[in-house]
Design a protein around this ligand. Structure first.
Ligand code: NAD
Ligand code: UDP
Length: 323
């Protein structure tokens, strides 16, 4: 006999009150799953999940993933970790603990439950790359003792743990390396370039370009990224990753500033400030594996994604008054 909710799963999203996590939670609920969002609200906010307050298939648990968690779920998406340089450098020891102890705790949970677990890794595992665009077989160029290391090395160690649990305990792991992603619900003050430029343009402040603005990044719209998460989780157990998820369109920070200024019709001036230490000079994903194995590629161009993101921040500025 078929039970009515056979395809309904109970899914844990750590970091579910954050930018990416809250969009993922929305998509999982749309797919009729039950979602448990675990977050310590360090960089995430209840505002991102407010609309789910009375949702019958949504639960929120305030918890720090550096401590063990005893629950029952069918799948785990491990996103908990501050992601912007300003946030992850605020308490670097806690950042490494979140990546490493958080991974150990979530992997331990997945092992007990024998359930698949996806890790939100990052393009930062490539550091300041000498291979361009970055392919998954590139081992990276990371400074182990610099101000970004707590994040980069924490995420690298988490990947190591995921692959050791896979080899040692046959765990069904899914590691995605996320390249710069942007969109509505980014934290307005987390210092990331897209939110910084948009907020500066909308509020008439100077646009702060670090360095000469020739460094590049590839920006993926959040909706595309979340689709990549879902396809990765739905893939067979052989598809462990690591797999790059990002938009291969590559832009200099000066180009980004010019698009934001044009779209917002802002009169803000561009000012140049020193490039932070160990800031990668170029970054662009090779997404051949995601295309071939997940049939995934981004669909939202930067111009369109920025329009949607600017609309979101306009709403924050005008109606919520947060900026
Ligand atoms: P975010 O800061 O908006 O979300 C992270 C969430 O994790 C927040 O809600 C925060 O409160 C929570 N958190 C932090 N430490 C925690 C802890 N110890 N216990 C429980 N919750 C904790 O950032 P985001 O952009 O949504 O990033 C989500 C994940 O994706 C992170 O793991 C990040 O490293 C990864 N990632 C993001 C990007 C990007 O461009 N957005 C790029 C690469 C990787
Ligand atoms: N950046 C900038 N002005 C800002 C914030 C960031 O020029 O106000 C630059 C930063 O130096 C980096 C790029 O934009 O070269 C992307 O920075 P972000 O913090 O968004 O992401 P990450 O460095 O982690 O890729």
């Amino acid at each position: 006999m078929t039970r009515p909710y056979d395809s309904r799963k109970r899914i844990l999203v750590t970091g579910g009150a954050g930018f990416l996590g809250s969009h993922l939670v929305d998509r999982l609920l749309e797919r009729k799953h039950e979602v448990l969002c675990v977050d310590n609200l360090f960089t995430g906010t209840k505002r991102n999940i407010d609309h789910l307050h009375n949702h019958p298939r949504f639960e929120f648990l305030r918890h720090d993933v550096t401590f063990p968690l005893y629950i029952e779920v069918d799948q785990i998406f491990n996103l908990a970790c501050p992601a912007s340089p300003v946030h992850y450098q605020h308490d670097p020891v806690q950042t490494t603990k979140t990546s490493v102890h958080g991974a150990i705790n979530m992997l331990g949970l997945a092992k007990r439950l024998q359930c698949p677990i996806l890790q939100a890794s990052t393009s930062e595992v490539y550091g300041n790359p000498s291979v361009h665009p970055q392919t998954e077989d590139y081992w990276g160029n990371v400074n182990p003792i610099g101000p970004r290391s707590c994040y980069d090395e924490g995420k690298r160690c988490a990947e190591t743990l995921f692959f050791d649990y896979h080899r040692q305990h046959n765990l069904d792991i899914k590691v995605v390396r996320i390249f710069n992603t942007y969109g509505p619900r980014m934290h307005h003050a987390d210092g990331r370039v897209v939110s910084n430029f948009i907020v500066q343009a909308l509020t008439g402040q100077d646009i702060t370009i670090f360095g000469d603005g020739s460094q590049t990044r590839s920006f993926c719209y959040v909706e595309d990224l979340v689709e990549g998460f879902l396809r990765m989780m739905d893939s067979g157990p052989d598809m462990t990753g690591p797999v790059n998820l990002g938009n291969p369109g590559e832009f200099t920070m000066l180009e980004l500033a010019e698009i934001v200024l044009r779209q917002t019709k802002s009169k803000s001036k561009i000012v140049y400030q020193p490039l932070p230490q160990d800031d990668p000079l170029q970054r662009r994903p090779d997404i051949s594996i995601a295309k071939e194995k997940l049939n995934w590629e981004p669909t939202v161009e930067l111009e369109e994604g920025l329009r949607r993101t600017i609309d979101y921040f306009l709403h924050l500025v005008k109606e919520v008054g947060l900026v």
